[in-house]
Design a protein around this ligand. Sequence first.
Ligand SMILES: *Cc1c(COP(=O)(O)O)cnc(C)c1O
Length: 401
Amino acid sequence: MSHVMHTYKRLPVTFERGEGCWLWDKQGKRYLDALAGIAVCGVGHSHPRLVKTISEQAAQLVHTSNLYEIERQEQLGDRLAAISGMDEVFFCNSGCEANEAAIKVARLYGHGKGIDTPAIIVLEKAFHGRTIATLSATGSRKVQAGFEPLVPGFVRVPFDDLAAVRKVASNNHNVVAVLVELIQGEGGINICHDDYLQGLREICDANGWLLMLDEVQSGIGRTGKWFAFQHSGVKPDVMTLAKGLASGVPIGACMVSGRATGVFKPGNHGSTFGGNPLACAAALATLSIIEDEKLMANAVAIGEFINSGMRAALASHAGVREIRNKGLMIGIELDIECSELVKLALADGLLINVTADNVVRLLPPLIMQRAEAQQVITQLGALITAFLAANRIAPAKAKTA
Ligand SMILES: *Cc1c(COP(=O)(O)O)cnc(C)c1O
């Protein structure tokens, strides 16, 4: 019997080795990876430059703690500030920790304004993590159930609805910030309208709130820009990062700008591991590879290719509600629950995910090439077609009497 706590319903496969978009299991069977370790392995598996950097850094120095200056952390801070336009960064080890830091910044900012019970606006279907504060911010009862009492201080509004945010602004004078995923990942690849961010910026500025973006899944090139907010001309006050930042070496980051800069003072926050030399070296290498190999342009091209290919493959199926993407965040929404597709794809040598019950989610490595993308389209198109035929109750035929 396994001594690992049973928190995941794991698929019955053990991967032993990876290269590019491919993984091999212990029996030597090959799998095409269209999930990239949940948006983590953007530069693919075992990228030679990444392997070299991690090996050399490990041989030189892994960890010293934040009691001392860390050159690699300074370098990564400079690099992230340069590509984001944000001012400063706090390093931690995961997405939920990055959001914890953002929530703490917002609360401290509120107290600085004399608000004793600061509140943060969060969205329906949002996912911000599994710690007590971040699961309270998350808009999913499944994630919260059994862990009450939830952390207070969150006000929930529908996704992509500026009127709802404005209504809170006029009624609730404890609000200090809005925390948003511009593209909801776990929530089902829900993509906000182009003018949503601009609208949020205006509301935040009019009310003195912090605009906080959770880019844990959408950041680091995945949508075709370094960060999803860069598709609009608007900058946030706080941004959180994690998944794709260091290609699988654990890291998280909470970046601040404008009125959020300087809120944390020495002693307000900390992390033992956060921003250690190994994680920062892996992140620096990841960012260089994405830039040098023009992977953001590739994410746009391959995202479009998969979207149009899946549309063509599934055009005739009434059970397909919508196919949508921003770069390589891709969702195929069916009109029935379809988590079974994950197992069928695995048997077929293809790694995919299903989220929000009925959305097939693809988060391929940013390095994916056309031939591999075509294989995803062909295999997944056939799997979804067969799945719908077998599981979907055909709409009753209109009686022609
Ligand atoms: C995955 C994810 C998180 C949580 O990250 P962990 O590293 O698992 O704590 C938070 N926000 C978003 C948008 C995510 O996709």
